[in-house]
Design a protein. Structure first.
Length: 287
């Protein structure tokens, strides 16, 4: 196993909340941590605090994601773990510079793009006997998502405060995780990369800060409607650990419990295939 040198772990959405906690704990374990965030000051502060390296990228811009991948590929010969943790709930429908609804882009399209661009480095980890794992933050909200490939950006469907779009984006993460796991398992004669999706729990961070419902819950409970970022980081840390996989690749975890409940569409293998193909075209990559 690859124990002689520190593992390389890339964490997106690491400038605050569960991402920042996860970065700190992995650095304490001896990992070489790439701290990725949108806010330059917070991202650099976290990286300095944990002894990691800061990378700034806005997932609402594909160009930022491509530049991030280029920087990571230049700096690291191998990536052992990619934690796709960036994203969140956006209460008002807005379109990005790339022409996509911001929720689906930040939670799904950009993580897909980054994963694809880093896949050679992850596969190199697998070749060397490293962890070789992609862990993507999903949500129990995937259960009320509804994927419509003809309206991925929710241009023709009710917005409803962004919750349905958020659930759909997190459902897309589950579908992508399963398709990635299947494709990597099919690498004949070569070790592949494992992929997992995880719901970290209802965590009180700056998640959904623009949502009236979240603001109401915070006001009523005094900010005690969910668990702490430390609690939320626990499933990410477990899945990123340098240890044997806790379940078969492609599994969705509800916190630390494998095979969590998912929307019916998550089991549609053809939809997994078609979403992968459609997404590749949207972000400008071959299938």
């Amino acid at each position: 196993m690859q124990n002689s040198t520190p593992r390389v772990v890339v964490i997106t959405g690491a400038s605050s909340g569960i991402g920042a906690v996860t970065a700190a704990r992995l650095a304490e374990r001896g990992d070489q941590v790439a701290v990725v965030g949108r806010n330059p000051e917070r991202t650099r502060a976290v990286a300095e605090r944990v002894g990691g390296t800061a990378f700034v990228a806005d997932f609402a811009r594909f160009d930022d994601v491509r530049a991030l991948a280029e920087q990571l590929n230049e700096r690291y010969d191998v990536v052992d773990v990619l934690l796709n943790n960036a994203g969140g709930l956006i209460s008002t429908r807005v379109e990005t510079a790339d022409g996509h609804e911001a929720t689906i882009q930040s939670n799904y399209l950009s993580p897909y793009l980054l994963t694809r661009l880093l896949l050679p480095r992850l596969e190199e980890s697998a070749r060397r006997g490293g962890t070789a794992r992609v862990v993507s933050t999903s949500s129990v909200a995937n259960r009320f998502g509804r994927l419509d490939l003809a309206d991925l950006d929710y241009a023709a469907r009710p917005w409803r405060g962004g919750w349905r779009a958020y659930g759909t984006a997190k459902l897309a993460v589950v579908l992508f995780t399963r398709e990635l796991a299947r494709r990597e398992a099919a690498r004949e004669g070569r070790p592949g990369v494992d992929a997992f999706a995880v719901h970290p729990g209802a965590i009180v961070t700056n998640f959904g800060a623009s949502s009236p419902l979240i603001r109401f819950g915070t006001a009523v409970t005094g900010g005690r409607w969910g668990a702490t970022a430390e609690v939320g980081a626990a499933p990410l840390l477990a899945l990123a650990a340098d240890a044997p996989e806790p379940a078969a690749s492609g599994v969705y975890f509800d916190r630390l419990r494998p095979a969590g409940a998912v929307a019916r569409q998550a089991d549609d293998v053809e939809l997994q295939h078609e979403l992968w193909r459609r997404t590749a075209a949207l972000v400008g990559l071959p299938e």
